[in-house]
Design a protein around this ligand. Structure first.
Ligand SMILES: Cc1ncc(COP(=O)(O)O)c(C=O)c1O
Length: 399
């Protein structure tokens, strides 16, 4: 079967909840993917940063295959010999005393919300059912009904209500005065992305995260950082909040935590916070399963062994400089941290993505006019040079 055959089947039998580029991938390795017609592409999206380690990383695959033949799922009704190792690895790597594993990113965000609310009631003394969590404009934290209920993007939330908006007051991202104005005695937490990914690689003003930390400390409020996309090296540090030297009370991770092999997410916090969740109060059949846990440990080791954080910082800088050198009246700006780059145009980005695909580069627009360049962190300088040449060609052809 050819590309068009697969697309026809997909369009006929699958829900149309995405608008993918018409490329049907059947194989992938490192930064490259191959479609069913045998054409190779450089993947500049890296599965929304889930494959920071590169596609089908051999070291992770080894563990994945070995573990798949031993035990994959026990549920948390019983213990397994891989989950403790994940807890320990996360503690050693991040300094947080504890973690709570889930599967998708949205589930981990839900876990952080539940933990913060429970902390608000049990520790802070907020009256039952009154806890508020302040969120930011332009946020993206996933697709569950609670989460889309505090999004300001109509594409996410229109037609899926009702929502409990009073439980999630919104402040303007980057505006500390506005944040302060939203605080009440019932505020349990502030939830932000340190850099907004789906929002278009939006970097907040310097001092914003430090300001949130200070405001939270002064008001006995938890500071929650969603590092699901920005974390684990993508932004050129292990966590994007390291740029401001802050230590959030809860950090949410996912995506690259399992190198694209298996959905694994988690929240990280110290025991005085995560300890509020008691047996039976939260969980998931697959969360903390031995296959996911083994894969996650190896995925984290690969980040360290291959110095992917350092690579992201160095090569990201190189990529940004090269993109900034492209001359076009339609490029508004190139911004980013690490290998996480927003290429902002003054017009629709989709035609650029379509043309880039023809040239052998896969990337996706975010919002109407921004292209996100976020290749696996194993990309080399030569491969970046190759990509920039193609990007320049496409930009010029559409000028
Ligand atoms: C910052 C952030 N939070 C949460 C999510 C949701 O993760 P998932 O799609 O795994 O549920 C995403 C996904 O893109 C994200 O970028």
């Amino acid at each position: 079967m050819k590309t068009q055959d697969y697309i026809e089947i997909e369009n006929k039998y699958g829900a149309h909840n995405y608008h993918p580029l018409d490329v049907v991938i059947s194989e992938a390795k490192g930064i490259w993917v191959t479609d069913v017609d045998g054409k190779k592409y450089l993947d500049c999206l890296a599965a929304y940063s889930a494959v920071n380690q590169g596609h089908c990383h051999p070291k992770i695959m080894e563990v994945f295959v070995a573990q798949a033949s031993k035990v994959t799922l026990t549920s948390r009704a019983f213990r397994n010999n891989k989950l403790p190792m994940l807890y320990k690895k996360l503690n050693e790597m991040t300094g947080y005393e504890m973690s709570l594993p889930m599967n998708s990113g949205a589930e981990a965000v839900e876990t952080a919300i539940k933990t913060a609310r429970r902390w608000g009631y049990d520790v802070k003394g907020i009256p039952e059912n009154k806890a508020e969590i302040i969120v930011a404009s332009g946020n993206f934290h996933g697709r569950t009904t609670t989460i889309v209920g505090f999004s300001d993007d109509p594409m996410s939330n229109k037609g899926f209500g009702p929502y409990c908006t009073e439980a999630f007051p919104m402040h303007e991202y980057g505006n500390l005065e506005d944040l302060k104005s939203k605080i009440t005695p019932n505020t349990a937490a502030v939830l932000v992305e340190p850099i907004q990914g789906e929002g278009g690689i939006v970097i907040p003003p310097d001092g914003y995260l430090k300001g949130i930390e200070k405001i939270c400390k002064e008001n006995n409020i938890l500071f929650i950082c969603d590092e699901i996309q920005s974390g684990l090296g993508r932004a050129g540090k292990l966590f994007a909040h390291y740029y401001e030297g802050v230590r959030p009370d809860i950090v949410i991770i996912g995506k690259a935590l399992s190198g694209g092999y298996y959905p694994v997410s988690a929240i990280l916090a110290d025991s005085k916070i995560l300890g509020v969740i008691k047996p039976g109060e939260h969980g998931s059949t697959f969360g903390g399963n031995p296959l996911g846990a083994a894969v996650a440990v190896r995925s984290l080791e690969v980040i360290e062994e291959e110095k992917l954080v350092e690579r992201s910082a160095e090569l990201g800088e190189y990529f940004v400089q090269k993109l900034r050198a492209i001359q076009s009246p339609h490029i508004v700006m190139v911004r980013g941290r690490g290998l996480w780059i927003g290429f902002v145009l003054d017009r629709k980005a989709r035609p650029y993505c379509e043309k880039l695909k023809e040239e052998g580069i896969l990337c996706k627009e975010t919002h109407e006019n921004i292209i996100r360049f976020a290749p696996p962190l194993v990309i080399t300088k030569d491969e970046i040079d190759w990509a920039v040449e193609k990007i320049e060609k496409v930009v010029k052809s559409l000028d």
